[in-house]
Design a protein around this ligand. Structure first.
Ligand code: ACO
Length: 429
């Protein structure tokens, strides 16, 4: 296998090293290209750019493969829990029994947010989007843990990581309660991670939420399936912020902002809005599919397509099956599930989607499960953020642990005006 690539440029030849990953992926290392030739590479939207080397998650988008630390997502979905998977992602291996207990205990010990932070929730208007509250509150948490400030604190990493993973769920539930004008419900140390989140979301001061095991399991699976996805928009944002040695909470808050957009994590909310609209209009899906193919309509089939997967997203396959089993267990019949299945069937037969290799992604069916278990639509992307937290923490740790880590600073090709004089205000036309 060649270890060098040759680039011909302006009559000169440059040899560039080829880096090969553990799954035989090849990358031309252009880090010295500008020094050697004065030239940079250009790749709008980073579709063909490896921004780092990482040992966390492997994706083969052509074959529809996703593995966390080498373990196939299908096996984790079947055998693991969100918290065990979080440990795997952050620390690089499955925990032993004692390690898992210690990790779990740390999450419990750190589940309460600082009592003074409760007042911050009062400052948001009642209809504030919970993603805005989530990112603001995660960032504000930095103020309450002085050890987070300044240079990255390696010794306290375990505590900060557990605190963030545990409190993101507390903040998320408090945001929801606040947005509905409901009293805040404190976490219960006896509950496991996902059950505790459901308790904080749905219990009342006078009556505990009736916890159904199938509901807790379905939500835990959703968290697990979202736990990491290599260098997507939000994880790259987290790495970008972390590369400046900003603290873990500030880096994660930036990740929440990046996740919010409808082309990324916000797609799960957009899917339900799309399905609801189709249902309301009595469309069998064909009108919407036609609109999604028309570039002038401004519409896309939400929950379809992916930058990396050119095959069925393996997470979508698992979620689709979980959707069927959860709705059946809860005896719920949702017309949106029927519409989603019809849309999928029609799109997968349609040459527009086939030629562009557009398949359902993780967001296509996840919203239907969340609806079934009572999560309100505006919380869908927040659920994604809770799930993605281990991946963000693992990627932050990778940067922190790498002695050769450098600040992320891409270049650009400037296409603006060439040198111009400053024109005084009175002389401007
Ligand atoms: N509906 C209709 N057409 C689509 C869709 C879609 N959902 N997705 C892509 N296309 C078309 C594009 O119009 C483009 O067509 P063209 O070649 O004729 O111009 C072609 O497919 C390639 O699409 P790009 O936008 O170039 O693909 P990109 O990799 O930049 O975007 C993305 C990927 C953002 C996910 C896109 O497929 C999309 O907008 N999907 C809908 C939103 C969504 O579901 N996002 C969630 C992604 S998964 C996640 O973040 C968790």
């Amino acid at each position: 296998m060649s270890t060098k690539a040759t680039l011909e440029l302006d009559g000169k030849s440059y040899e560039l090293p080829v880096v090969v990953g553990s799954e035989h992926e090849k990358a031309v290392d252009i880090s010295q290209l500008r020094n050697l030739s004065g030239c940079i590479t250009l790749d709008d939207g980073y579709g063909n750019t490896g921004s780092c080397s990482s040992a966390v998650t492997f994706i083969d988008g052509e074959r529809g493969i996703l593995r966390y630390r080498g373990i196939p997502i299908e096996e984790l979905a079947e055998k693991s829990t969100f918290i065990e998977t979080a440990y795997l992602l952050i620390y690089g291996r499955l925990p032993g029994r004692a390690e898992l207990r210690r990790f779990s205990d740390m999450l419990t010990q750190n589940e309460m947010i600082h009592e003074d932070m409760k007042h911050h929730f009062e400052g948001f208007p009642p209809n504030a989007h919970p993603m805005a509250i989530l990112s603001a509150m995660i960032n504000a948490s930095s103020c309450f843990y002085p050890g987070l400030m300044g240079a990255v604190n390696r010794e306290r990493f375990d505590v900060h990581a557990a605190r963030l993973l545990s409190q993101v769920r507390t903040i998320a539930a408090f945001s929801y309660r606040k947005s509905r004008g409901l009293p805040i419900i404190y976490p219960k140390p006896t509950y496991k991670y996902t059950a505790n989140f459901l308790h904080m979301m749905f219990s009342n001061p006078f009556e505990d939420y009736e916890l159904k095991p199938e509901v807790a399991r379905a939500l835990d699976l959703i968290f697990l399936l979202h736990a990491d996805h290599e260098q997507n928009c939000s994880t790259s944002t987290v790495r970008m912020v972390a590369s400046s040695q900003a603290n873990l909470f500030a880096s994660a808050a930036a990740g929440v902002c990046a996740l919010w957009g409808p082309l990324h994590g916000g797609a799960n909310q957009a899917v339900i809005e799309m399905l609801t609209q189709i249902h309301k209009e009595g469309d069998d899906g064909s009108k919407f599919i036609a609109a999604a193919k028309d570039k002038n309509s401004g519409k896309r089939l939400m929950g379809f397509g992916h930058r990396v997967y050119k095959n069925y997203d393996p997470r979508a396959r698992i979620i689709k099956a979980a959707c069927d089993s959860t709705l059946k267990a809860l005896r719920i019949s949702d017309p949106l599930l029927d519409i989603a299945k019809k849309l999928e069937e029609a799109a997968l037969k349609d040459s527009y989607f086939v030629e562009r290799k557009l398949y359902p992604n993780v967001d296509f069916y996840s919203g239907i499960i969340m609806r079934a278990i009572g999560i309100p639509t505006e919380m869908f992307t927040v659920i994604f953020a809770i799930g993605r937290m281990p991946g963000w923490i693992a990627n932050f740790k990778e940067i922190m642990d790498d002695p050769k880590s450098r600040i992320y600073r891409p270049r650009q090709v400037y296409i603006g005006a060439t040198q111009n004089p400053y024109v005084p205000l009175e002389e401007r036309k």
